[in-house]
Write a protein that binds this ligand. Structure first.
Ligand SMILES: [Mn+2]
Length: 338
């Protein structure tokens, strides 16, 4: 479970008519900013935090970039990736903290954020106007796309380094231009970023062709636990599997997609047994099942096609719990042979 959310920041509950301008006003007025994203940062979190840091630098501001967990290996070659510090508590003379794709403080796993004026930029279905200043656009391909719009609104230059970070956010958050939400404008954005200096081949090689051996071994373990029931597929790894394959948490990233990729499957689940017997759950859908709604019922969140939450163990109990939620969601869908 994520840490309990603090409510000491006054909630405006409002998204301004021109969020870019409202955010830029705060940025122009201040000197020093904190930029954070969610724990277990993914490509969108890492790329958008880095690009936001670069924007603030261009504006002549100081920016500290912090996440609770370290940058996954496949994103460590991104420009200035070393600038992201790992911490569990933040403090400092910040004029504001910019939180990228977090639907509350809990998502960051960082303590001390409630001291600051919070700017919340998000594109998740579960995104809410919970902070002092909110910009939530559920149509955006990635939170990086919103940072890109902010860069444009600021009249700043999209440098090749910034373009590389932002291209990574779009590529990874759309699953390589495969997931729902990929539209013509997504390709227009990708084109603009490639023209600004992002190298699509280099980014794809770093992200998709730099897999750790431990991840492949873990995938093997997960696939031996692959099950199918009609339109549902699920697979899991035990804590023992994690230990045996020397897998890191980030090696679990994307394993759920192997279950989803099966013909005829509409929704898929990947369960990972945590050392303290709780279970981390990843849900994916091809579009007919809203897995964000299911994850939210279980205390998590995400997108309609990609969501997650943490459940109480043991693994068998967590599996029964998620199947009890998933089965009705596909009950109305005809079963096709697969
Ligand atoms: Mn995202």
């Amino acid at each position: 479970m994520d840490a309990p959310r603090t409510s000491s920041v006054p909630v405006t509950g409002a998204t301004p008519a021109h969020p870019e301008e409202a955010i830029l006003e705060v940025l122009r007025a201040g000197e020093r900013f904190l930029v954070c994203s969610h724990s277990r940062p993914d490509g969108d979190a890492v790329g958008s935090v880095l690009a936001m840091g670069m924007l603030l630098q261009q504006m002549g501001k100081r920016a500290d970039l912090v996440t609770a967990d370290r940058v996954p290996a496949i994103y460590r070659s991104l420009p200035q990736a070393d600038a992201i510090r790992t911490a569990l508590r933040v403090h400092g003379p910040y004029d504001a903290a910019i939180l990228l794709e977090c639907d509350g403080f809990g998502r960051t796993r960082l303590r001390g954020l409630d001291e600051f004026f919070i700017i919340n930029i998000d594109h998740h279905t579960s995104g809410r106007a919970w902070a002092n200043l909110n910009w939530i656009d559920r149509e955006a391909s990635s939170v990086g796309e919103l940072v890109f719009r902010l860069v444009k609104a600021a009249g700043a230059t999209v440098t090749p380094e910034m373009a590389t970070c932002l291209y990574t956010t779009v590529l990874t958050d759309t699953g390589g231009f495969c997931y729902g939400g990929t539209r013509a404008s997504t390709f227009a954005l990708a084109r603009e970023l490639a023209e600004a200096g992002a190298n699509p081949i280099r980014v794809a090689q770093d992200v998709y062709f730099s897999v750790a051996t431990s991840k492949m071994l873990l995938l093997g373990a997960a696939l031996t636990n692959l099950h199918r029931e009609g339109r549902l597929a699920w697979l899991w790894v035990t804590h023992q599997d994690m230990v045996r394959t020397c897998a890191a948490e980030e090696d679990c990233e994307g394993i759920v997609n192997y279950a989803l990729s099966i013909a005829g499957i509409e929704a898929a689940a990947f369960l990972r047994e945590l050392p303290e017997r709780r279970v981390r759950l990843s849900l994916r859908s091809k579009g007919k099942v809203n897995v964000a709604a299911i994850a939210e019922q279980l205390g998590g969140g995400g997108h309609e096609n990609a969501a997650g939450c943490t459940l109480e163990g043991p693994l068998s109990r967590a599996l029964e719990e998620i199947l009890a939620h998933l089965r009705p969601s596909v009950a109305g869908l005809a079963v096709e042979p697969g």
